[in-house]
Design a protein around this ligand. Structure first.
Ligand code: HEC
Ligand code: HEC
Ligand code: HEC
Ligand code: HEC
Ligand code: HEC
Length: 447
């Protein structure tokens, strides 16, 4: 008889050799079945708290969430059927959003309303049977999936009546998250690079992992009959948690001179400091997200003006200042609307600074279809611990009342460009502007 301990040792010793033989990424398509993976409901019977946390996170809804359903079925699937270059995304979207459907070769999976197992989205038994990743850089679902009785976990020597566990340091690293949080388009462009941004930033250098901010540890037990310890909370809170987005960027503002003559010019600087995120802001679905700074001035009689940001003069700056222009013409391809005129590019007040990186299709048109991205424009996002300064030079208008003029800067975030949400009938909550932070300052205007 081989003892259990020897068996575990054997498995650990054999794993690196065996891993090479297990297909990952696109090669893993159709190599598994749904039955290879346990349902989240099974884990819930013992891991009650973690289960409920997970059900409130977006990863438990990565396949069923309305906007994901709309983008996959209305845009990606029809596009994949028309254009050989992007044909792979019909199955590939699910590599990250419904990984078991992908591994089971179920393409396209049934609609969410049909209640199939694709709805489990990014579930417990998927993450806890990933043993590593193939290649040098985690991306495009290149995790190695080895479903079975053995669950990968963060701790050594853990005993469970339902399964075996093995300590796997990989689960404690940002590389684990990178499997799905880096995405390369069929054109070879990094259209999602949260993990890469983190890796080249200050947090990775200091040993801070994604888990430290998105799965913080707290005292408790991880299962009903589990041992007390510091437990990784399965919060995965991000763009859909207002509390996570609030204050992600700190804002301050000051005038260059406190006293300005009535026919003079007021100059104010706004500092934007990313003190809270391990990656750029915005990150992830950068093609959809829009972050913008709105600055107003109000005179002593309550009259208010919107101030346009000063231009800095860098290449591609036009994409970072809100304008009245149309974009996203390539939605016409999947929607079967040749000559589609596009929709408003920004949907925010003209002249506001936008923190973004534009994505372009093969014809150089701005796109929200990240799979159809052939190139990218200027990266004007706010990096981890980076501070950007925006300047507003304002020639005081003739009808300004003398006395105190107050300025307000407000930074807003929206998960999806408003006009796109409206056009595709994505529920309004997805495009609702959220206040990230604000700052005020003043000048005295004298006669
Ligand atoms: C019958 C109860 C039961 C069920 C069902 C169950 N587990 Fe567990 N599991 C436990 C217990 C008990 C522990 C040990 C907790 C402790 O003492 O820290 C545990 C520990 C774990 C660990 C942690 C290992 C570590 O390193 O800390 C993981 C991961 C895990 N389970 C995953 C799962 C998954 C995934 C499922 C569903 C497919 C599942 N469990 C179903 C009881 C269960
Ligand atoms: C997106 C991947 C992912 C999903 C989905 C996920 N987990 Fe985890 N889980 C992790 C990672 C990563 C850790 C280790 C975090 C760390 O220690 O830094 C972990 C830790 C755990 C632990 C050990 C906690 C501890 O600190 O001792 C248990 C138990 C567990 N998960 C169970 C579950 C169950 C049950 C579900 C589903 C309800 C689930 N997990 C869903 C990635 C995931
Ligand atoms: C198997 C693929 C996969 C893995 C592994 C994975 N994620 Fe995700 N994650 C996703 C998908 C898909 C979404 C998008 C969900 C949606 O449709 O809104 C997502 C969304 C998120 C969000 C955004 C939530 C929000 O509020 O919008 C956070 C935060 C997140 N993941 C953190 C993590 C962390 C931290 C890890 C590693 C411990 C991780 N993920 C590992 C696939 C994955
Ligand atoms: C120092 C803390 C910190 C670290 C480290 C960190 N994050 Fe975040 N993350 C945040 C905060 C705060 C937000 C909310 C602001 C935002 O949405 O940009 C966020 C947002 C996100 C979002 C949603 C972004 C969006 O706008 O849609 C995802 C996805 C995400 N993080 C994944 C990750 C992954 C994956 C890693 C590791 C590679 C990671 N995070 C590391 C703090 C952190
Ligand atoms: C490499 C993994 C990966 C692939 C492949 C992938 N996604 Fe995602 N997707 C993610 C992650 C991770 C997020 C969350 C990013 C964030 O929070 O900013 C996301 C976010 C989204 C969102 C925004 C969700 C929200 O709630 O705001 C939509 C819609 C979406 N994906 C659709 C698709 C479609 C359609 C495809 C195929 C063309 C696809 N994805 C391919 C990983 C992937």
């Amino acid at each position: 008889m081989i003892s259990r301990k020897t068996l575990v040792c054997l498995v650990v010793l054999l794993l690196p050799g065996m891993a090479a033989a297990i297909p990952a990424g696109e090669d893993a398509y159709g190599t598994r079945s749904y039955a290879d993976y346990e349902k989240p409901g099974v884990c819930a019977s013992c891991h009650d708290n973690i289960y409920q946390q997970w059900t409130q996170s977006m990863m438990s809804r990565a396949y069923t969430h309305h906007w994901d359903e709309i983008e996959y079925f209305k845009l990606a699937v029809p596009h994949a059927e028309k254009d050989a270059k992007v044909a792979g995304v019909k199955a590939g979207c699910n590599g990250c959003h419904a990984p078991t459907a992908f591994l089971a070769g179920d393409t396209p999976p049934p609609l969410p309303e049909e209640g199939s197992r694709a709805n489990e989205s990014v579930h417990c038994d998927h993450c806890h049977t990933i043993t590593g990743f193939a290649g040098d850089v985690p991306h495009n679902f290149n995790g190695i999936s080895e479903p079975g009785r053995l669950k990968q976990g963060p701790k050594p020597g853990v005993a469970s009546p339902h399964h075996d566990t093995v300590e796997n340091d990989f689960l404690k690293t940002g590389d684990f998250c990178g499997i799905c949080h880096n995405e390369m388009s069929p054109y070879g462009v990094w259209v999602k690079s949260t993990h890469l941004e983190w890796k080249e930033g200050p947090y990775f250098a200091q040993g801070v992992q994604c888990q430290d901010c998105h799965m913080p540890k707290a005292k408790g037990t991880s299962a009903k009959m589990g041992a007390e310890g510091k437990i990784a909370q399965h919060l995965f809170h991000g763009a859909h948690d207002p509390g996570k987005v609030n204050g992600a960027i700190e804002l301050r503002m000051n005038p260059l001179e406190r006293e300005v003559e009535y026919d003079g010019t007021a100059v104010v600087n706004v500092q934007l400091f990313n003190g809270k995120c391990g990656h750029k802001v915005p990150t992830g679905s950068v093609e959809d997200r829009i972050v913008w700074l709105h600055v107003t001035a109000t005179d002593s009689e309550g009259k208010t003006w919107d101030l346009p940001v000063d231009k800095k003069g860098f290449d591609g700056e036009e994409y970072t200042i809100a304008a009245d222009v149309l974009a996203y013409h390539d939605m016409g391809i999947p929607l079967d609307r040749p000559g589609f005129a596009g929709v408003q590019r920004d949907g925010v007040p003209v002249g506001d600074r936008i923190f973004r990186m534009p994505y372009f299709d093969s014809q150089g048109r701005m796109t929200i279809q990240q799979w159809n991205t052939a190139s990218q424009g200027v990266d004007y996002r706010i990096g981890p611990r980076e501070t950007k300064v925006e300047t507003y030079t304002w020639n005081l208008p003739d009808d300004l009342a003398p006395g105190r003029v107050s300025f307000r800067a407000a930074l807003y975030y929206s998960k999806l460009v408003g006009p796109v949400a409206e056009f595709l009938q994505v529920p309004a909550e997805e495009a609702a502007p959220q206040l990230v932070n604000e700052a005020v300052t003043w000048v005295e205007v004298y006669d």
